[in-house]
Write a protein that binds this ligand. Structure first.
Ligand code: HQG
Length: 188
């Protein structure tokens, strides 16, 4: 597996289907590193400890984290299996962004942003990140979230180690379409 395939496979195992390699995650999403690597190898997906270290260190979005003594690993966010990640509540920036494909916008402006299959709605402090997220599934539209007003109204926000802001939902009244959404995405 190349690093992207390895990252995708570990995302599958550590977020969605640990049973794919016959492991279980603990209640906070952690699994013993040796157990994980043994289980992957037993299912034809050999990953060395060195490859894993490189992946955790270099992942563009810091998808995975080791515990302090580096004996356990988990996904930082994005799970569909039940886990308690213990992200700390924090005060968000005044404005956050969410990128979504055009086809979802009407529904979102009607019923708000829902967490769908994930545990939270994912929001970004940077428009560019939101654009990339929306761009995964079609022409992206950027939504602006009045996070300052949501916080004042009692919504709790959580910050992940990879700078994603999480919230249970965003009711429609806090959402507006960003005017510059239709600018083409500049690709590196
Ligand atoms: C949409 C990836 C209709 C929502 C990304 C999104 C991100 C609604 C989709 C991270 C809706 C859910 C999260 C409503 C929300 N009606 N559509 N009421 N409410 N939606 O993948 O935010 O590579 O669960 O706009 O890069 O797209 O996995 O969430 O389009 O960082 O590390 O429903 O996942 O990172 O899709 O992406 P997702 P997301 P990773």
């Amino acid at each position: 597996m190349n690093p992207i395939q390895t990252s995708k496979f570990l995302s599958l195992v550590l977020r969605h289907k640990p049973e794919e390699v016959g492991i279980t995650l603990d209640s906070a999403g952690w699994v013993d590193v040796n157990e994980l690597l043994r289980a992957c190898a037993a299912h034809g997906k050999t990953i060395s400890r060195e490859q894993l270290d490189d992946l955790v260190a270099s992942s563009d979005k810091q998808r995975f984290a080791f515990n302090e003594d580096r004996t356990r690993i988990r996904a930082n966010q994005g799970h569909s299996v039940q886990v308690e990640l213990d992200h700390k509540p924090a005060a968000p920036p005044d404005i956050l962004y969410h990128g979504t494909p055009q086809k979802f916008v009407e529904s979102i402006l009607g019923e708000g942003l829902k967490k769908m299959q994930r545990h939270h709605v994912h929001l970004s402090p940077a428009k560019e990140t939101a654009t990339k997220v929306g761009d995964r599934r079609g022409k992206p539209v950027i939504l602006r979230i009045d996070a300052e007003r949501m916080r004042a109204d009692g919504f709790t926000f959580y910050l992940t180690p990879n700078n994603v802001w999480l919230v249970d939902e965003v009711p429609a009244k806090y959402l507006t379409v960003d005017n510059n959404s239709d600018k083409p995405l500049r690709r590196a």
